[in-house]
Design a protein around this ligand. Structure first.
Ligand SMILES: Cc1ncc(COP(=O)(O)OP(=O)(O)O)c(N)n1
Ligand SMILES: Cc1ncsc1CCOP(=O)(O)O
Ligand SMILES: [Mg+2]
Length: 522
């Protein structure tokens, strides 16, 4: 009933923004989230975190407060529940007036409060419901006791589009099952999915003995393990609220669920990394800075969704090859993603602008629904017009600092570099990664100097940015590339090995398997 924009269709009584406007002036629809959660006087978590993350992601956020906590970086000193009738009044005020794309719930401390939420949601359907089943604060204070478990299981979870429990919350919802490994997180996600939510994200931040933070995402068919290096910091207060609200904000902007989850995880990682050494409060667990992307230092001011591990299998299209094999760019991109490509670049050297733009728009839609980033080669104009995730430029294309100022801090910029000096400049100018090659001779790019494995290694060792190798790479030699074994080398970019082939899907799968195996060997 509460359906997700872009995934489910709009409910019949969904109002158009212009319907109630009497003015002839043009109107701009702003993505809107409603958070229903508790207040944190220390402002690291709860309503305050939700408002900050939505603002940081460019989304309007209204707030219905369920409880007020006296809280700081040392813990929760006291909790005051608001009367359910008053929670209901707040809900009616905003739901009858605003046009929320997404409702996100946090602390729902009593059955009565969940009841009034359910009642109001049935009167005012919204497009998507994100449920963060907050139960215990990070300092160990109970924020919603076991009395809410039944109504969560029986009535709230079945109408949720996504639920985002941590392992303790997942265990509580499942009656106390042990969740100590990624395998157990997967089983928990599956069992929780059977309770009715369309998607489940079990957060593994609290798992013992893991150098990575691993979250398990389940869509009812497939699992995705979302990994990122654990960031050593005391400033983790509010990560759960921030993640769920960021998912809500991205959904409100039209993202698919997987893409929203990936962006949200990256946002939290970037915020933690930027804030790892700030000191706010005297307690054990401090807040972090949601507005890191506004900060002055150009190297830290980025809020990119880019994850260097996405360079693992980088598919670069070529329209001549796709024409030769009688397929569209869109079909080529779909097959590459299905085969395991982790990032896509449209490199369409001969395309007419109008046609290229339409194809690029379709590819953006496909990539976004699969949580895979899409970059455009050379053409900043096309990247801007189709809202691609970024661009790749070479040494004779538009200068990187100018590209950055045109695209803003959120977009991904890759630069071709053959030397340590170029790699250093790319970093100074604000790039996110470099492409280095041609590693081997290639027919795909004319007059391109081959730098060999030694040249690649020299660039990787000098680079402050992650590197993807390119040029003449395929199934037969990908392992030799990854075996240069420098931490910066994150993957291979390939054109002909995927697209100058009869079956893109088969070749991508094979290359993916080869790369996975090379990872085990290294
Ligand atoms: C990942 C990646 N690396 C390098 C290149 C080459 O870019 P450039 O040097 O601008 O050459 P063209 O591709 O524009 O011919 C790339 N496209 N992708
Ligand atoms: C675009 C580019 N830049 C350096 S080499 C190259 C071509 C890579 O194509 P292929 O993977 O077919 O060798
Ligand atoms: Mg170029």
């Amino acid at each position: 009933m509460y359906s997700l924009g872009g995934i489910r269709s709009l409910p019949a009584n969904w109002r158009s923004t212009t319907a109630s406007m009497t003015t002839t002036e043009s109107v701009r629809k702003v993505p809107q989230v409603l958070t229903v959660a508790g207040s944190d006087s220390g402002a690291g978590a709860g309503i305050q975190a939700d408002l900050k993350v939505c603002a940081a992601r460019g989304v309007y956020c209204a707030s219905v407060i369920t409880a007020v906590t006296a809280q700081n970086t040392r813990g929760v000193q006291s909790v005051h529940l608001l009367p359910p009738e008053f929670v209901s009044e707040q809900l009616k005020s905003v739901l009858s007036d605003f046009e929320f794309d997404v409702v996100k719930t946090g602390m729902l401390p009593s059955t009565e409060i969940v009841e009034v939420l359910l009642q109001n949601l049935s009167e005012f359907p919204v497009r998507a419901l994100v449920v963060d089943p907050v139960m215990v604060s990070t300092s160990g204070h109970v924020l919603a006791g076991s009395s809410v478990l039944s109504i969560f299981r029986e009535r709230l979870l079945p109408i949720a589009d996504i639920i985002t429990p941590n392992v303790k919350e997942a265990s509580a919802l499942l009656g106390g099952v042990k969740i100590e490994t990624v395998e157990e997180m997967r089983s928990a996600a599956k069992l929780l999915h059977e309770m009715g939510p369309r998607f489940v994200l079990v957060k593994g931040g609290d798992l013992p003995d893991s150098s990575d933070s691993v979250d398990v995402y389940f869509d009812g068919k497939e699992f995705h393990e979302l990994r990122s290096p654990r960031i050593a910091t005391r400033n983790t207060h509010g990560t759960g609220c921030t993640l769920a609200s960021c998912i809500a904000a991205e959904l409100a902007k039209g993202s698919s669920m997987l893409s929203a989850v990936k962006v949200a995880k990256r946002f939290v990682d970037n915020a933690l990394d930027y804030s790892k050494d700030i000191v706010i409060g005297t307690g054990k667990q401090g807040p972090f800075d949601h507005f890191f992307s506004l900060k002055k230092d150009p190297q830290s001011s980025r809020c990119s969704i880019f994850n260097p591990d996405d360079l693992f299998l980088y598919a670069v299209t070529d329209s001549r090859m796709n024409k030769k094999w009688n397929r569209s760019i869109v079909d080529a991109v779909k097959a590459a993603i299905e085969g395991g490509a982790t990032i896509i670049q449209l490199r369409e050297k001969e395309a007419e602008t109008r046609e290229f733009l339409e194809e690029a728009k379709s590819c953006v839609g496909i990539c976004r629904s699969h949580g895979v980033c899409l970059l455009i080669n050379d053409r900043i104009d096309i990247a801007l017009a189709c809202d691609a995730d970024g661009v790749h430029v070479g040494q004779s294309d538009m200068p990187v600092d100018l590209v950055r100022s045109l695209l803003g801090p959120d977009k991904i910029i890759g630069v071709s570099c053959k030397t340590p000096e170029q790699a250093h400049q790319a970093w100074k100018d604000g790039a996110d990664y470099i492409g280095s090659g041609g590693v081997f001779p290639t027919n795909t790019k004319a007059n391109n100097r081959t730098i060999g494995l030694d040249g690649l290694k020299t660039v990787c060792e000098a680079s402050q940015l992650p590197v993807v190798a390119i040029g003449g790479i395929g199934i037969s030699n990908a392992v030799s590339v990854m075996q240069i074994n420098t931490p910066n080398l994150k993957g291979v970019a390939v054109v002909s090995a995927l697209f100058d082939q009869e079956c893109v899907l088969t070749q991508t799968k094979k290359l993916h398997k080869t790369l996975e195996e090379s990872k085990k060997e290294v």
